[in-house]
Design a protein around this ligand. Structure first.
Ligand SMILES: N[C@@H](CCC[C@H](N)C(=O)O)C(=O)O
Length: 264
């Protein structure tokens, strides 16, 4: 089978996008196919693969996400922003895009600066693990705040945490975060890629929430946290109220890279 694919990235988190509006691809793509397509030596190369599929009439499409190792995954924030750009490039024009993902409905808009702002589900459960945090922003994230990102071996330390007994079976994404006076720096080890990626949208969202949790003197109300990932700049806006985080938006670039055809 010949497959036309589209490659996008969001701050260096890169994805293969497939137009499955006809709804025929999902049954024909095995985890082995996905892993081969995402392979950086033998395939197109990507951190993940997404299908843009038909959805009930109140939605513009459904997003189905797979990690690079072929595993079906939970939400991908950068993927959500890229699939909205893909929908716009396919000619689906909306002021507000509405789509279904693994964690439920999402809304997204194109910002005047040309970025994609993706609405994220509310977060109210935050687990403290010593000085670290576990936060689910559609995908599970472990956050460790550090003084200096340059001295962290992201792959070795991230993998050790991800493979530790509490997380070995279900997996977790591991984020190392540095708090600056005016924002955050982040490096992420991603489950399902089993390596460091250049950015992770659900991780960036978790980091913004964690940075507010660890500074209880910051008053409740609206916030905007700029986050510098290895592959680009993102920001997270929302409202903090009594330990609850609502109206969350993940904002950043989503960029078309190239298209092509590959035999499965
Ligand atoms: N890169 C993503 C997260 C993708 C899912 C993750 N690898 C997992 O399995 O939890 C993002 O931008 O959020």
């Amino acid at each position: 089978m010949d497959l036309t694919f589209y490659k996008y990235h969001g701050a260096g988190n890169d994805f293969i996008l497939l137009d499955d509006r006809a709804g025929k691809l999902a049954d024909r793509l095995s985890p082995t196919h996905v892993a081969r397509l995402c392979d950086r030596h033998f395939g197109v190369g990507a951190d993940g693969l997404m299908l843009l599929r038909p959805a009930p009439p109140e939605f513009d499409f459904e997003m189905v996400y797979f990690n690079a190792d072929g595993s079906g995954s939970t939400l991908c924030g950068n993927g959500g922003r890229c699939i909205v750009r893909f929908a716009a490039d396919l000619g689906i024009e909306r002021d507000i895009y509405r789509f279904l993902a693994s964690d439920g409905p999402h809304e997204a808009t194109l910002t005047p600066a040309g970025d994609i702002a993706l609405g994220m589900a509310d977060v109210e459960t935050i687990r403290e693990v010593g000085a670290d945090y576990e936060i689910d922003t559609g995908s599970p994230h472990y956050l460790r705040f550090v003084e200096n990102l340059d001295t962290v071996d992201v792959v070795a330390e991230g993998r050790a945490l991800r493979q530790s007994p509490p997380y070995r079976d279900k997996g977790i994404n591991v984020n190392f975060v540095r708090q600056r006076p005016d924002g955050l720096d982040i490096a992420t080890y991603e489950r399902g890629v089993e390596d460091e990626t250049l950015a992770c949208g659900t991780g960036v969202t978790a980091a913004a929430i964690g940075s507010l949790m660890r500074r209880p003197n910051i008053p409740d109300g609206p916030f905007l946290v700029p986050v510098q990932a290895r592959g680009g700049s993102l920001s997270v806006s929302g409202e903090k109220q009594n330990g609850r985080f609502t109206n969350l938006q993940l904002i950043g670039p989503a960029t078309f890279v190239f298209t092509g055809t590959i035999s499965l």
